[in-house]
Design a protein around this ligand. Structure first.
Ligand code: TRP
Length: 342
């Protein structure tokens, strides 16, 4: 992996932006698929905005204690894994009042028909099959892509790294931006999506893609003993020790190689083909992941016990973000006719 020293050249003069919905506890798949690529992009690109999408969290979660906890966990996770907040702007969506304001300006130019086509909304309607199609569907869920468009357009992002499930939202953002530009002048950059392929490749405990919704994740900062327990639970075939094992049919191999150098990966490949027992392979994978996570885990625990430290970092991020969003929103207000009279 990855434990290379980041060199901050930041030579590419573009803006990268991505949000993390603050529900649930971050896991190894989030690290490989979102956190690690974002941290490494922030070393290359000039402007980087990473934020906790806590307004989005309210769409899915109406338990205040969970929303609160998850925001803190996710902030602590990004910081513990080495996000350098001098080289990016790291903030909470809900600390930027210009975002909901922009959401409204965009809502007023977004066709309802566009929102009707959103996968997340359609999925929710499909689940109501035979029942009232609107059952359990809030306006928050229906308008979710407009809030996401505001997140992206607020900072005129060029590149938006997201999982595959979010591609449609970035396309809708382009549509909405074009409509606004057409009506009110060229204010918005049209963003480009960047899909991180690693995300799809990391298997979970049951061999399916590691995902909160399958309940098969390995949380990043489990205490050592529980991490070992989790890895011991990863499903394998039933080949006995002494039988060669196919690395391409091994979740343990797939997980390991995501976080290992080529040489290390070659060693684990050899253990498979030499017929090591699954127990030994699991122990090997555990030791590697544990040593990779030991230092960040200490930092994570320290941050979780020190919410004031996280708060100060996020406040600082919000100040940086608002230095851009406040004057930009003032311009947009003027553009739509919400000017001061004198
Ligand atoms: N909806 C995204 C997700 O669930 C999170 C998100 C919110 C986001 N706003 C964004 C991602 C803006 C990229 C850009 O993963």
């Amino acid at each position: 992996m990855t434990n290379t020293i980041q060199i901050h050249t930041q030579t590419i003069n573009k803006t990268v932006l991505t949000g993390i919905t603050t529900t649930g506890t971050p896991h190894l798949g989030n690290y490989a698929g979102a956190i690690r690529p974002a941290i490494s992009m922030s070393a290359q690109y000039k402007h980087n905005y990473f934020f906790l999408a806590d307004y989005h969290a309210l769409i899915k979660c109406q338990e205040p204690a969970r929303v609160l906890q998850s925001r803190q966990e996710i902030a602590a996770t990004w910081l513990a894994l080495g996000l350098d907040t001098e080289h990016c702007t790291f903030y909470r969506q809900s600390d930027i009042p210009e975002i909901p304001e922009l959401t409204w300006l965009l809502t007023c130019v977004t066709a309802k028909g566009l929102m009707n086509r959103a996968h997340a909304y359609k999925g929710a309607v499909d689940e109501n099959a035979g029942d009232d199609p609107d059952k359990g569907i809030t306006m928050g869920l229906f308008s979710y892509p407009i809030l996401m468009a505001a997140d992206i357009l607020m900072f005129n992002a060029d590149i938006v790294p997201v999982g595959k499930d979010q591609v449609q939202h970035v396309e809708m953002t382009r549509d909405i931006a074009q409509r606004f530009n057409h009506l009110f002048g060229e204010h918005f950059t049209l963003p480009t999506v960047k899909i991180d392929e690693d995300n799809a490749l990391l298997p979970g405990l049951d061999g399916r893609k590691m995902s909160k919704s399958y309940n098969n994740t390995i949380p990043l900062f489990l205490p050592e003993k529980q991490l070992r327990k989790a890895i011991m639970k990863i499903v394998t075939n039933s080949l006995e020790p002494g039988h060669p094992k196919d690395p391409s049919d091994s979740s343990l191999f797939a997980i390991y190689k995501t976080f290992a150098t080529e040489n290390e990966t070659a060693n684990l490949r050899k253990l498979h083909t030499d017929g090591a027992g699954w127990g030994d392979i699991k122990q090997y994978v555990f030791e590697h992941l544990n040593s990779m996570l030991t230092e960040p885990r200490l930092q994570y625990d320290e941050l979780m016990q020190n919410p004031a430290k996280i708060e100060a970092i996020l406040k600082h991020g919000a100040d940086k973000a608002r230095a851009a969003s406040a004057p930009f929103l003032a311009k947009l207000r003027n553009a739509v006719g919400l000017k001061y009279f004198v």
